[in-house]
Design a protein around this ligand. Sequence first.
Ligand code: ADP
Ligand code: MG
Ligand code: MG
Length: 859
Amino acid sequence: MIRNVLLFSEGSREMRDVLGGKGANLADMTNHGLPVPPGFTITTASCNRYYEEGQRLQKALIDEVEQAMQQLESMTGKVFGGKENPLLVSVRSGAAISMPGMMDTILNLGLNDETVQGLIDQSKDKRFALDCYRRFIQMFGNVVLGIEHHVFEIRLQALKEQADLTDDTQVTAEQWEQLVSEYKKLIKKHTKEDFPQDVKTQLLQAIEAVFRSWNNQRAKIYRKINNIPDSIGTAVNVQMMVFGNLGDDCGTGVAFTRNPSTGEKKIFGEFLVNAQGEDVVAGIRTPRPIAELAQTMPAIYEQFVQLCNLLEHTYKDMQDIEFTVERGKLYILQTRNGKRTSQASLKILVDLVDEGVIDTKEALRRVDAEQLGQSLHRRIDPDAKVEVAATGLPASPGSGSGSIVFTADHAEEQMKKGLRTILVRPETTPEDIHGILAAEAILTARGGMTSHAAVVARGMGKPCVCGCEQLSFDPENNCLWIGEQALKEGDWITVDGSTGRVILGAVPMIDPELTEEMKKILEWADQYRKLLVMSNADNPVDARRSVEYGAQGVGLCRTEHMFMDPERIPVVQNMILADSFADRKQALDQLLPMQEEDFYGILLAMDGLPVTIRLLDPPLHEFLPRIDETTSGSMDEAIVRKVKALHESNPMLGHRGCRLGITYPEIYEMQVNAICRATKRLIAGGMNPIPEIMIPLIGHVNELRILREMVERVIQKEGLADRNIPIGTMIELPRAAVTADQIAQHADFFSFGTNDLTQTTFAFSRDDAEGKFLQVYVDQEILPANPFMTLDVDGVGQLIRMGVEKGKKTNAQLKTGICGEHGGDPKSIAFCHEVGLKYVSCSPFRLPIARVAAAQVAI
Ligand code: ADP
Ligand code: MG
Ligand code: MG
């Protein structure tokens, strides 16, 4: 027979799913002989059955509850509903995953007009007993009968005012008695029924109310935010009451075994003398810091400290403990793993390893990789008061304050003057790169989490909020509207890329830090992970920084950003607009030394580590001025014609990637030439440059065959043939994955470009899909996640798997890696490990996340 009810002594720590977290830990503590008031737990399955049966308690459950109450009576020597020595209980909620304060609890259940007399006789304290009674009526009225809390509070306030009292502890027995009768009248008035005097009715109604609280509004929202399934249900714990409100040798409190905001190993908490349950959190009286307990109740404090240590050792984590002292005796009412800040969580993990409580593997398992990354950015001081004007997508974490600018050029000008700006645009394009680099943070009205602005900002570690649809641009008045509010260029705002908030004015910030704890955890991660971590970096500064964050090379060095430099763009444009080969060659000759310097700088910064350089990838028109009615008049007619000719309906599927290399081989030749020259100079200087050349957007083996021959020819001509510079390709088109066996015969490595591969597999335009429909797909659970953020394992992932398997079949030496945005996403990294990739490459700021995530799948 499946049991609905288990005594604490019958449960165990492993039974979380059945007994809830609170119930399982109460059982565990009971079995370890800790001072826990006796009681029993009604299983979570009973809660689900309650809902299945149309919100009615089943007879079998009622019988088991009655039986358990009898056992509780014999354990305590008290009688439920008894005139002498009455048994009072609490009825407490508690799901398998802790949802602090979200559901309901009722205290002092079992009191009625008769048993309250028994409590008076037994405690010899009339005031106390009536205090319990009025608390019970109020809680029962609120939780079970659904009468608003303040209906009762008003009466209590009125009573205190009349009698000129400030504190609940000053209320006399007679005054509580008067309040009890008022409360009973209130119940009658609101429910048209008398307050139930039958204790069994009280209990069953309370159990039902706790079941119902599983579906109250705040619990539902909490589950949604925290991804807790609705189906798990809550358990109900029925437990003998102990009293912290029986006098000055009594009290109640809540304590963490370590400081939850800093992680410091020191008991942290609060308690109240002569008080019950929720008084500590309810703010009725100001609680005292727990350390004072050492003075007021030294013996209790000492015992409490010992219990804290014991509980930490048992649960191997920082504990959040609820306790009550009744007439000099300590009781533990709850323990659970305490919630904490990201900073505290890292410190606690490192300390627990130092103390020998857990090993480094367990510590790594517990790290929240994503949270680790967040603490690497400047953040808004959590204590600061802020005025949120609008909210968009949290595209790149960290926060920045500055004055509004509407153009990239303006951002750059301001930066040169040493001024901080926020670049606000409808959307950004590669032309805005210098502005993104110059601004403190980026805000766009359109575009999703992988829009241009978002990707570039993340790569640079710049805070970015995008897709903020409340923004409307008013170019006529050179201002920006957020609702009724007009913001002009020069007005200050703050952008919080971690939450998506747009805040008016400047806000105090806290600096990012790679703390000692973080460094330690990353070192542990490096011991276990099998995947190499590389960075996406396209300048020496990013490359250097990425080494600090643990990069073992550059997995993706994009060359297009180098073309966007304001000094070069005219030359690049000349190259693109050239009508003859000779003209183009002239422009390329000018670009050659510039590219050589770029590669020299990066290869130098990464001396001795591989740098995978991708030849030019984007459609050429991205480098050209934009033509519309207002600008075309002022431009050279030939230019206008050429720009129009380059226009494409689907540029992402157009003339880009290796297709440029095929149609304009001289562009790729120049780039390879520059790589070779930089390499030779470094070798001459005694360095060890390790360039690798990567060709983008291969769909057919012949493309790679032709371009590889071309690249090899240049390398040969430059006298570097014996360096065996690896030449490889991106796998970012489904056809490339499907024909990987053919392609691998001409490739030394595959780098899966999962941004494009996702885009081309789903046929989702990455720049448009997110704002238009992707969010709906995620909200309606048509897709489990945004596939641009978390790799679509079933689809895109299978293409990767196929690419690796087929590629290795014809080329056993093939090196494989991933360089899309997914390279920094923990779930995607786990997949990369499983399919046997050699490395992941991601933006520098995500390297710590990648290191930890790679370790987590390997242990
Ligand atoms: P929550 O999940 O909201 O913390 P609890 O079930 O833990 O709800 O109950 C809240 C508080 O009620 C406890 O912290 C404790 O102070 C008090 N309480 C619960 N059960 C008892 C009991 N058996 N005796 C005395 N106080 C209790
Ligand atoms: Mg609690
Ligand atoms: Mg690509």
